[in-house]
Ligand binder design. Structure first.
Ligand code: G1P
Length: 286
């Protein structure tokens, strides 16, 4: 059973300035829901009870967002707008513990995950990178959980990426494949296209054994002064098997403007309350 999830959200969001100056990038909405909430819902859906944000003091609006707001709930009731209450204070959040850990220096994804060590203890846990937004019948995390339940080992979501973009990701060297479960032989962070061991790139969902912390602690800073989670996973391979699954579904990279707009359009077209209007608007632009 996986009950804890870590969501790193301390990044500066420079690609979204000036929007991300006063509003954390993770709080920018795709239609009417902040980006980070999609990842939180995906985690809760598989039974996560503790959501651990690795955050920074400037991002207090994330904490505000996931707290119950009784004051506005009362106002909605008084004005007969009860139907909005489930959006304001979703029931699924009511038995979830939200934790906020400050990452004082932003020294990379591995450094961010390391902050959660005490709260995680010796359990396996999920990591969700909220920039990556996934849509599928069975969520990306539940696809990983299925494999974890069988193997009781770390498991990582990957997807196929073309050569021109492979240098932006962690890339696995696949080993044995059985029933669509890939045993990882090696993993490299952001290799050049010529050095990439495959076209299978790590996307933002992981289930990791708590042994990763030991490896994070001995991982050296890379040439950009960051501790990479991928390097620690590579070192963990010396201790235990790690598996990968080619994610079956749609993925939007909302860390880029193009991906963010793509996700917005795709979701708008699926939202019955606005899709007809959106189609009209897009046709008019044409
Ligand atoms: C991080 C990871 C990388 C992974 C990517 C997925 O990179 O370091 O291995 O492929 O997320 O989105 P970042 O996007 O933070 O540079």
């Amino acid at each position: 059973m996986i009950t804890k999830a870590v969501l790193p959200v301390a990044g500066l969001g420079t690609r979204f300035l000036p929007a991300s100056k006063a509003i954390p990038k993770e709080m920018l909405p795709i239609i009417d829901k902040p980006l980070v909430q999609y990842a939180v819902e995906e985690a809760i859906e598989i039974g996560i009870k503790d959501i651990i944000f690795i955050t920074s003091p400037e991002k207090d609006s994330i904490e505000k967002h996931f707290k119950k707001n009784n004051k506005i709930e009362k106002k909605l009731k008084q004005s007969g707008r009860d139907k909005y209450i489930s959006k304001l204070n979703p029931k699924i959040f009511s038995d979830i513990q939200f934790h906020y850990l400050n990452q004082e220096n932003q020294n990379g994804l591995g450094h961010a995950i390391l902050q959660a060590e005490k709260l995680i203890g010796d359990e396996s846990f999920a990591v969700l990178l909220p920039d990556d937004l996934f849509f599928s019948k069975k969520s990306c995390l539940s696809q990983l959980l299925e494999i974890y339940s069988n193997k009781k080992s770390s498991v990582i979501a990957v997807n196929k990426i073309d050569k021109e973009n492979i240098h932006r990701y962690g890339v696995i060297k696949p080993g044995l494949v059985k029933d669509e479960v890939i045993q990882i032989d090696d993993i490299i962070e952001k290799p050049s296209a010529t050095k990439a061991p495959s076209d299978m790139a790590v996307c933002g969902r992981y289930i990791l054994s708590s042994k990763i912390f030991k490896h994070l602690k001995s991982t050296e800073f890379d040439k950009f002064g960051e501790i990479q989670l991928t390097d620690a996973i590579r070192s963990l391979l010396n201790d235990e098997k790690i598996f990968a699954k080619v994610y079956d579904g749609e993925k939007f990279d909302c860390g880029s403007k193009q991906g963010f707009v793509h996700a917005t359009i795709a979701l708008a077209l699926r939202d019955e309350t606005i899709s007809d209007d959106i189609i009209k608007i897009i046709k008019e632009i044409d």
